[in-house]
Design a protein around this ligand. Structure first.
Ligand code: CA
Length: 224
């Protein structure tokens, strides 16, 4: 599987390339936003590892570019920018995951593998995570083999989280998914639906759970 690393620090780029190649990936490296755009126009990558502080542009512009043309290519931001607001901005731009430098190489690999396992962002009608499966066309949830009733809003929340299972989904992204552009949403509306969803998942003995990352968003994980 081919990865694109966008990183202008040559030492970091070299370490990433060596480490990820040793893990069995094919790795291309570019050091500017311009070269990254050109590479992305030419080649399908399994995922992009993206630094934000690039010499010619902010790395976020690359994610926005991809999402503007509805390209679901997974993007993991790897940056020194570690504040909650910076993470929110990164996830809101359409990135799938966000890892702050300095980082443990094994964590980076685990996160890349999680991204690659994820069900297609825009494709496929059946999402499965843990013992929960969701038919996004029929709007039906199964826990194990058994169909369970979830409200339409709960299914909306579950769908947006399951499409990125294991990664934090920005609060704003969940709101957009639920309410589109309608402006008069109660500020805690999403939290209310998440709370009900959590309760129903527990009642159904689902092996997945929804966590709130305060000020950032939500993540669905498998119970260990
Ligand atoms: Ca940089």
């Amino acid at each position: 599987m081919r990865l694109l690393i966008v990183e202008d620090n040559e030492e970091m780029a070299r370490l990433l390339k060596t480490g990820l190649t040793a893990k069995g990936f094919d790795v291309d490296v570019t050091g500017t936003a311009r070269a990254a755009s050109a590479a992305l126009a030419r080649t399908r990558f399994a995922a992009v590892i993206l630094d934000l502080g690039l010499p010619d542009a902010d790395g976020l512009s690359i994610v926005r570019e991809l999402r503007q043309r509805n390209d679901p290519m997974p993007v993991l931001i790897l940056t020194a920018r570690g504040s909650a607001q910076q993470r929110v901005d990164g996830l809101n731009s359409g990135a799938d995951d966000y890892l702050v430098k300095p980082f443990a190489f094994e964590e980076l690999v685990a996160r890349i593998q999680a991204l690659l396992r994820r069900p297609g962002n825009f494709l496929g009608h059946s999402l499965r995570f843990g013992n929960v499966s969701l038919d996004t066309e029929a709007r039906q949830v199964f826990v194990g083999a058994r169909p369970w009733y979830f409200s339409s809003r709960e299914i909306d929340v579950l769908e947006v989280l399951m499409r990125r299972a294991g990664a934090v989904v920005a609060q704003r992204h969940v709101e957009d998914h639920l309410f589109g552009l309608s402006s008069d949403i109660e500020s805690n509306a999403v939290e209310v639906y998440v709370h009900r969803l959590r309760k129903h998942l527990a009642e159904a003995k689902a092996t997945v759970q929804v966590h709130t990352i305060r000020g950032v968003g939500y993540v669905v994980t498998e119970k260990s």
